[in-house]
Design a protein around this ligand. Structure first.
Ligand code: BGC
Length: 400
């Protein structure tokens, strides 16, 4: 095995990602908070204080910048910004504006996600994404975010993993309230249409705020791999879960690629990884090559000109050496995609912190550990290594 390196293209984004609900704590006005406290939802544990990043975001940014990262993707919380329909909190908008400016002051370019899975309770009460007027309500919220993003934000993500939103809606209809296993349940079609319409409206709203902002959305890619003879079944499986959302990014400025593992498809549909396969703390197969497949598939569907940004990629493990192995394998795939001419503009790891993994704190994806009692942050060796690559501006490339 030999290791070479590939230079980052100019302007390449190098960072880590988080989401408000998973790190801020006390997101009490959100649908997820309500769900976490509803016994019928059978959520393992509630998010409570999470990483207390609502108050400690400066520490998070200090650490990321010191580690060598140049970009930070975080989300703003709709439930805080618009606590009741049509009323916008000046204090919360000022809070998120301080985060944008705080990132800039530390040399971190902020990528702002406007929606990462959680909605205000009132939006859920109105019927959520498929309710009459939902698209307009989301667009109004996006317009309300203008003071946060109007200056100094180059990249805005409208909606994180719309395909998982549709899958979760499908699962909820079938009686399962949790975070679905590897995106397997059938997506709810009405939700699919609604989130695509909401995205298109949000893209327009963001461009009206500042036409220099590069706007896009981020798609969960399950890397569906067909076993011999199952090509058509895999394609039929992939289309409503992935491709329709990739296709809906036409006209955007970039698309986010998010991948963790793969899902093999046989004649009967998805088949579990073999019993001897290495599994991570989320029980997903350890498969660092996933990101390479996800990038190539996305480019194939959307075309070669669309800028691709890896907006999430990582592993839930308590063995940090294995995390370095995972990222080494994944970055090698990114390097090879670049060498093959794919239009890759950045790489943001999931996640900056050990955080609330939608129902449980056990699957630790973080580059930085967080003490659940004192909230003290400790950079893991993987964070030092990955952040440090930002300074060398070189991606490791491992070849057999
Ligand atoms: C989501 C994150 C989540 C991660 C790991 C993605 O589906 O955007 O919020 O924590 O994957 O499950």
């Amino acid at each position: 095995m030999t290791q070479t390196t590939t230079r980052f293209p100019d302007g390449f984004l190098w960072g880590a990602s988080t989401a408000a609900h998973q790190i801020e704590g006390n997101n009490v006005n959100s649908d997820w908070w309500r769900k976490e406290h509803d016994p019928a939802a059978r959520i393992q544990e509630p998010s409570l204080d999470a990483c207390d990043s609502y108050h400690r975001w400066e520490q998070d940014m200090d650490l990321l910048a010191r580690l060598g990262f140049t970009d930070y993707r975080f989300s703003v919380e709709w439930a805080r910004i618009e606590p009741v329909p049509g009323t916008f909190s000046r204090a919360e908008i000022a809070h998120y504006r301080r985060m944008v400016e705080g990132a800039q002051a530390r040399g971190l370019r902020p990528m702002v996600t406007l929606h990462h899975f959680t909605v205000p309770r009132w939006f859920e009460d109105l019927g959520g994404w498929t309710a009459d007027g939902a698209v307009e309500l989301f667009a109004r919220y996006v317009e309300g975010c203008a003071p946060v993003i109007a200056e100094g934000v180059r990249h805005v993500c409208t909606i994180n993993e719309p395909n998982m939103i549709a899958v979760m809606a499908g699962a909820a209809r079938a009686g399962d309230q949790g975070f679905p296993p590897a995106g397997l349940p059938t997506p709810d079609e009405e939700t699919t249409h609604a989130v695509i319409a909401a995205h298109r409206a949000a893209v327009e709203a963001v461009r009206a705020i500042n036409s220099d902002i590069q706007v896009g959305w981020t798609i969960a890619n399950q890397v569906y791999q067909a076993l011999p003879g199952a090509d058509e079944i895999a394609a039929a499986y992939r289309h409503p879960r992935e491709d329709v959302f990739i296709e809906a990014a036409r006209g955007d400025d970039w698309i986010g690629v998010q991948s963790y593992t793969r899902t093999e498809i046989g004649a009967e549909g998805p088949i579990p990884a073999p019993p001897d396969a290495e599994r991570t703390l989320t029980q997903w197969e350890y498969y660092p090559a996933a990101v390479g497949h996800a990038l190539r598939h996305t480019a194939e569907v959307i075309g070669p000109d669309m800028p691709l940004i890896v907006t999430e990629n990582g592993i839930a493990t308590d063995d940090d050496t294995r995390r370095v192995d995972y990222y080494t394998g994944a970055l090698s795939e990114v390097a090879s995609a670049l060498e093959d001419g794919l239009n890759v503009h950045g790489y943001l790891a999931w996640s900056a912190l050990d955080n609330y993994e939608w129902g449980s704190y056990k699957p630790t994806f973080g580059l930085i550990a967080v003490d659940p009692v004192t909230f003290e942050r400790t950079a893991k060796p993987s964070a030092v290594w990955l952040g440090g690559l930002g300074r060398s501006r070189r991606l490791p490339r491992v070849t057999e």
